[in-house]
Design a protein around this ligand. Sequence first.
Ligand code: ADP
Length: 626
Amino acid sequence: MKKRQFKTESKRVLDLMINSIYTNKEIFLRELISNASDAIDKLYYLSLTNKSIKVNKDNLFIKVDYNKDKRTITITDNGTGMTEEELENNLGVIAESGSLKFKEENKEQNDVNIIGQFGVGFYSAFMVSDKVTVESKSYKEDKATIWESTGVDGYTLSPSDKKENGTIITLHLKEDTEDYNYSELLSEYKLRSIIKKYSDYISYPIKMEVENSRKKEDSDEYETYKEVTTINSMIPLWKKNKKDINNEEYNNFYSDKFFDYKEPLKVIHFNIEGNVNFTAMLYIPSHAPYDYYSKEYEKGLQLYTNGVLIMDKCSDLLPDYFSFVRGVVDTEDIPLNISRETLQENKNIKLIAKSIETKIKKELLELLKDDRSKYEEFYKAFGTGLKFGIYNDYGMNKDKLEDLVMFYSSKEKKLITLDEYVQKLNEDNKNIYYCSGETIDKIDMLPQVENIKDKHEVLYLTDYVDEFAIMALREYKGKTFVNVANESTDLSTEEEKEKIKKENETNKSMLDEMKDILEGSVTEVKLTNKLKSHPVCLTTTGEISTSMEKVINAMPTDEKIKASEVLEINANHKIADKLKELYEKDKEEFKKYTKVIYYEARLIEGLPIDNPTEMSNLICDIMANK
Ligand code: ADP
């Protein structure tokens, strides 16, 4: 017998499992049955392409037994089995457990219930057992092995004389405690109901010996007898008729398969018959998974052909901007032995993907129309991805996504769609105004916004990708996007324009000198009539705004850009008169004022200041001289 220690990572997961006060301990059975089913799937799949592996399709099964006296539950399968090495590698280590990572990242939540909702896998056996024995024989060799562990002290390996391929897992149940009645699990009724609840759609029979009663022949008396029956209905949920599936079944399937502890926002279950035939059962989650915005997140749908799992995450079935969708696709129209490479080229996969994309979009639009608050919940979780979708690939997919995005409206004080914005415009109004910044409040306080928001609805963009998406769109239903913070945005009348033009001409030498004082930081200094009460603002010319400058420069590349800035001074503010006065009388003071005004304008935009000490000294100088 060989003794081994668990790897540290695994030890921590084990600790979580053993010490979990999680009440829904019964999911251990779901996990072990799923593993058994996967192992059978694998063996069956292998036998289809490798003729030397002989499998009798009608004799593939999982069996659950219990023994009250010994306090054991046994789960048997005739799947692939594991070699000694595989037992060590698969059950001795958890490379990177999703649930552990999640727990660490969400320490403050300390919600142990979360654990049980994840794919905690084999280790969940330790939630109910103080000893677990795994006896396994791999289809690859004649040798069989027994793996045994009490959880804490590592595990032992010893030889077994098991002859058939497959695995027998024996759980030695814990003693009952105040918190949990483990003995209750040792009953036909309890096990049957757990199997029905979580594993009904498993596509292999889950057998169990049950007690039945029948009338004795030639007598009115009844006798009990035992027989082995199949507990699960075996029809994959997606193959059932929609009207025969209730919400709970949809939700159980979802949490079971995709390890989400929250209910999905929407289920899309549909069938297509035509050029290509398939059934899809898709879910829109109600929140982004913890790794959604990281590189680790893998998009994709489970792909089945005739009920056999071909690929766990088939990425070709989903466009990137719908990568949040989880679900399964079952089709007869692709070959069983399709590989990742040939899959990409497969005509039917492309047709299915196209059809899925159209369906998802349609369903999202319907959700938007019929259940606004649900849509907003969805949008808060996944909106950023949609906006990326607009901007990525040179705006190739913008037409598909523009109706799905929302932005905060200065008028409505909530998220609105572009269509809702445009519907309110009359013929003469050709513009959709927007402005970006760090927060709604900060944008609302921007000097440039003050004047315009009285007259027009302004969209406030707070997500870093927003402005890039708007740039990719350029226009929506014939209306052009206009950045309020752009120098060229001017709502004044011809008369007013003429007046301010003259003012600027009269003061040209002063304004030029200000620009020189600022040593190339701005491309222009000008007097403006676009500000209502505020003294100054910083606008930009051209396509790159200050927000985009911030975003791009924050990226980990060497490529740094600079927006072309214009310092605008309110011609009707006292500061304009003060500047004119100082320009004539006190050049030293004029210089200080110019610098402070520019620093202020940068601060308002949320831009960094190169020399805060200089700014503070200048302000104190000015204050002391008063
Ligand atoms: P997961 O199933 O998420 O990979 P588990 O901890 O449940 O994680 O199982 C680890 C691995 O052990 C599985 O990926 C599989 O390779 C192997 N395994 C578990 N149960 C069985 C079984 N009944 N038959 C064959 N292999 C199994």
